[in-house]
Design a protein around this ligand. Structure first.
Ligand SMILES: Nc1ncnc2c1ncn2[C@@H]1O[C@H](COP(=O)(O)OP(=O)(O)OP(=O)(O)O)[C@@H](O)[C@H]1O
Ligand SMILES: [Mg+2]
Length: 209
């Protein structure tokens, strides 16, 4: 079982979007479980349960359920953990150590980037290396925020996924309709966001092998 965690100090940076879309991609490759550790908002659980007419290729469960001894963890090839965000430093380091890979999403705006520093500092301080930053919700050119952040992270030698996730209204549509972004109808950007995540998943597979 490969545990892939999605976490960040800052809220609203695309953790749930990343966890749900990643699980949808990984489900093609093996038995996949999405664990919702945001027990207050339960955004991931709501997203994957609100559309009764839609079938997900993976299962979803709450963290409290997942941690029960009786839970059959070994039945899964991939477990994707969506966190609530704002974990303490120790918690974040523990999470990374217990995961095959920790994905740290960030939006390219200044406030999110500040939150990113708060997330990465304890990881770097504890010499944790199995994490990667994912730049999400990147506005189209001529806006250069995504590029600027990438250059800045590159200078600091922070590991990143090679592909950004573009900004697309299809993402909120998918959550609203309770479907994977791949299956949002009548919006060709939905497919493009799905393909952005596909590139990310290829790198995830290489990392957790
Ligand atoms: N690629 C994208 N394009 C457009 N909107 C996006 C994109 N990624 C995320 N969003 C939007 O940003 C908001 C926050 O995303 P999401 O819920 O995935 O973040 P989160 O980190 O899980 O937030 P929270 O801290 O509240 O759990 C949502 O409204 C979502 O639709
Ligand atoms: Mg969330």
């Amino acid at each position: 079982m490969k545990l892939i965690s999605v976490a960040s100090e800052k809220g609203g940076v695309g953790k749930t979007t990343t966890a749900v879309t990643l699980a949808a991609h990984l489900a093609v490759k093996g038995n996949t479980l999405l664990v919702d550790a945001d027990e207050r908002l339960q955004s991931a659980s709501k997203w994957t349960s609100k559309n009764a007419g839609y079938t997900w290729a993976f299962e979803t469960t709450l963290y409290s359920n997942f941690t029960r001894q009786t839970f059959e963890r070994d039945a899964y090839d991939f477990v994707v953990l969506d966190t609530k965000g704002g974990e303490g430093q120790e918690e974040l380091v523990d999470l990374a150590r217990n995961s095959a890979l920790l994905i740290v999403p960030t939006k390219p705006d200044g406030v999110s980037a500040d939150g990113l520093v708060a997330t990465l500092a304890p990881l770097i301080g504890h010499d944790v290396r199995n994490y990667r930053v994912l730049i999400t919700d990147v506005p189209p050119a001529p806006n250069a925020d995504g590029l600027d952040l990438r250059l800045e992270l590159d200078r600091a030698e922070i590991p990143m996924f090679s592909r950004d996730i573009r900004h697309a209204v299809a993402v909120s549509k998918a959550a609203r309709e309770g479907v994977s972004v791949r299956d949002v109808k009548g919006d060709r950007y939905a497919k493009l966001v799905w393909l952005d995540y596909e590139v990310v998943v290829r790198e995830v597979m290489r990392d957790v092998r």
